[in-house]
Design a protein around this ligand. Structure first.
Ligand code: WTA
Length: 638
């Protein structure tokens, strides 16, 4: 496969960027032309950010799996599509060629069909990192069913909330998942979630860990039995459902500053075009390269850069079931060595945690196959950047610092490996088609070099979200109401004299803990559900490995046993309500929270105290009870 839209030099980047601004429809129309459409679109773009209403490639008809699978069969049927490395390095790895993956997707699509799944139905997928997860995702897309993958670390309550919001009647899961030396009982979590969700008609359960699970007659079926059953039916084909470019492809829930997580909706055509375009350009993917993205498919990075974009590009994508530190901290490096990985795309939090183990584990592996390194999920600090560059890339692999969000579908700001310049700590330049602007608090654009502000994007791109599931108004108020005619990212950023962007992190009440987005309001709601808690306030603080840690101030009434046990109980409640990833790192009991006379919690003060800047909490004269600040300072947990 060749990629006619691959940018090869800085001049080409500049030319592509200019054209994407001057003639966006011509630009994206050309990119889209190299995909397979059953029917070409009538109109490339129609949009306004007021409603908002965003439509790309209207009238175009396609199925994304024909682009991921069918069109590669003739030329690359025997090429590896997926390499799977199991949790236990002693176990057998698997390689699925494009032909084999196609067969399995078609087969599982037939299983879904047999179980009643139709175009437009929502299918929740809750699995570990096994090839069957990618197969389930693609099988949904083949039928035009809308998948909603939920990360394996979320609790039963979180799953129930999402099932309800999406009204998902079908679930695909597995008995359990191996993660390091743990066996996570996925089906049993699903069972707990389903106590509240009687509308779920079918649960398809893959065997992975062979943990005992309950199987409810009439509702739960085994993946393997269903596959055998469709095999006996004979016809191994499953024609792809013809979709409109703007039909939904998937829902992915993500946290915001208010309320429950929202279901970000991506559509078939634009998402396919944008993620593939960004993949081929940012990583400079060339046919034959082995791409290893260490994210989980439960997050957007896994959707876009493990499954959809690599497969659309005919690439080889490596799926790793386990964790970077098991059986030892050399696991990533051994995988790179074992499969001669060329592109390694990971997160700053993983790099920082592996740095802590020293160079021993790195030196045991041959990393000479690496060509490109990538970072995503949070700002990368310079120390981690240089460690990655010196010890993993051996100063010969470009590092791409890729900034983007669940809502964006694909990477928006990043250097292009070896084509545009890297700058440690900077995401650098916008991809063609992306028009970033910096805004001040008063809604005015901040122009020129060497300035900072709130990061917005003023023109649509094909991979952007189209709605928030079931509540379009929420999409408007969340992203399009802060600034007129702008998509507001929620991030702050600087811009230098060369037009490079350096993302500084969230300016709203969203935390980024080990690259996971968590809303402070969500954590507070969970803490407040704990018996004895009157109220709470949650802020982030700098954490050496996680990037941000969660600091909770809790007003607690009943003196139930000792404080350290109560802290653990509260953390347990949070794990139950949201999932272990949202457990507070520190819980400080306070007699009251700093509030203004109108009752608003002054988080700025709490943030400063959590950060240890006790002399720098700013003006506290507007507080109802300024004395509480001294008490909180005294009780601060170091
Ligand atoms: C942050 C992950 C700095 C940012 C793809 C954003 C980053 C949020 C970077 C989205 C980066 C992601 N540099 N910050 N390279 N990448 N972020 O939705 O705050 O899980 O708003 O998408 O992560 O997180 P999400």
């Amino acid at each position: 496969m060749s990629y006619p839209f691959q940018i090869k030099s800085f001049d080409e980047y500049q030319a592509a960027y200019k054209r994407s601004v001057d003639d966006p429809e011509g630009f994206w129309g050309d990119v889209a032309s190299s995909f397979y459409w059953r029917k070409k679109w009538d109109k490339v773009l129609e949009w306004n950010f007021k409603e908002p209403n965003i439509k790309w490639f209207q009238g175009g008809r396609l199925n994304i799996t024909e682009n991921c699978l069918d069109r590669h069969l003739e030329t690359s049927g025997n090429k590896p599509a997926i390499i799977w490395e199991p949790n236990d390095p002693e176990d057998r790895h698997r390689v699925l060629t494009y032909r084999e993956l196609y067969n399995k997707v078609v087969q599982f699509a037939n299983v879904l069909k047999n179980n009643g799944v139709k175009k437009g139905d929502r299918v929740c997928i809750y699995m570990g990192m096994v090839p069957e997860l990618a197969i389930a995702v693609l099988a949904c897309a083949r039928l035009g069913a809308i998948h909603s993958v939920i990360f394996g670390g979320f609790s039963a309550q979180s799953i129930a909330d999402r099932l309800q919001d999406a009204q998902a009647e079908y679930i695909v899961t597995s008995d359990g998942a191996f993660r390091g030396n743990k066996d996570v009982p996925l089906k049993s979590v699903i069972d707990d979630a389903l106590v509240q969700c009687h509308f779920v008609k079918r649960v398809i359960v893959l065997t992975r860990t062979r943990t005992p699970v309950s199987m409810i007659k009439g509702r739960d079926v085994w993946w393997e039995d269903e596959v055998k059953f469709v095999e006996t039916m004979g016809n191994p084909d499953c024609p792809a459902e013809e979709m409109d470019a703007e039909d939904p492809l998937f829902i992915l829930y993500t946290s915001g500053s208010t309320g429950k997580p929202k279901g970000v909706v991506h559509t078939v055509g634009g998402y396919m075009v944008y993620t593939t375009y960004s993949f081929v350009n940012v990583f400079q993917y060339n046919p034959g390269d082995i791409h290893f993205c260490t994210a989980d498919i439960g997050w957007i990075t896994g959707h876009s850069y493990i499954v959809y974009a690599p497969l659309c590009a005919g690439a080889t994508s490596l799926i790793f079931e386990g964790i970077p530190t098991w059986p030892d901290a050399g696991r990533f490096w051994k995988i790179v060595d074992k499969y001669r990985v060329n592109i390694l795309y990971t997160a700053p939090t993983a790099i920082r945690s592996l740095m802590g183990f020293g160079l021993g584990p790195v030196q045991q592996a041959d990393l000479s196959s690496l060509k490109v390194l990538g970072s995503v999920g949070e700002p990368i600090n310079e120390e981690a950047w240089h460690w990655f560059d010196d010890n993993i890339g051996k100063n010969r692999c470009p590092i791409v610092d890729t900034w983007w969000q669940t809502e964006n579908g694909g990477i928006l700001i990043s250097n292009l490996a070896g084509v545009t310049k890297a700058k440690p700590g900077w995401a650098t330049l916008p991809l063609p088609g992306i028009q970033p602007v910096l805004m001040d608090e008063n809604g005015k654009e901040i122009e020129g070099p060497n300035v900072g502000g709130n990061l917005c994007v003023k023109f649509p791109w094909p991979g952007m979200l189209r709605t928030t599931y079931g509540d379009h108004e929420r999409m408007r108020t969340n992203y399009f109401a802060t600034y007129d005619d702008m998509y507001f990212t929620g991030d702050g950023s600087y811009r230098d004299e060369d037009g490079n962007y350096r993302i500084t992190g969230r300016v709203d009440d969203v935390l980024n803990v080990s690259g996971h987005r968590i809303g402070t309001a969500e954590v507070e709601n969970a803490i407040n559900m704990h018996a004895g808690v009157v109220e709470s306030a949650v802020v982030g603080y700098p954490h050496e490995v996680k990037g941000q840690g969660i600091y909770a101030y809790v007003v607690y009434t009943s003196a139930h046993g000792d404080e350290s046990l109560t802290r653990k109980d509260i953390a347990q409640t949070v794990a139950r309500i949201i999932g272990p990833i949202a457990k507070p790192d520190k819980i400080q009991f306070v007699s009251g929270l700093p509030k203004t006379r109108s009752g608003k919690i002054m988080r700025r003060i709490l943030r400063k105290i959590a950060e240890g800047e006790l002399d720098n909490v700013g003006d506290i004269s507007t507080l109802l009870d300024p004395q509480v600040v001294d008490e909180i300072k005294r009780g601060r947990l170091a």
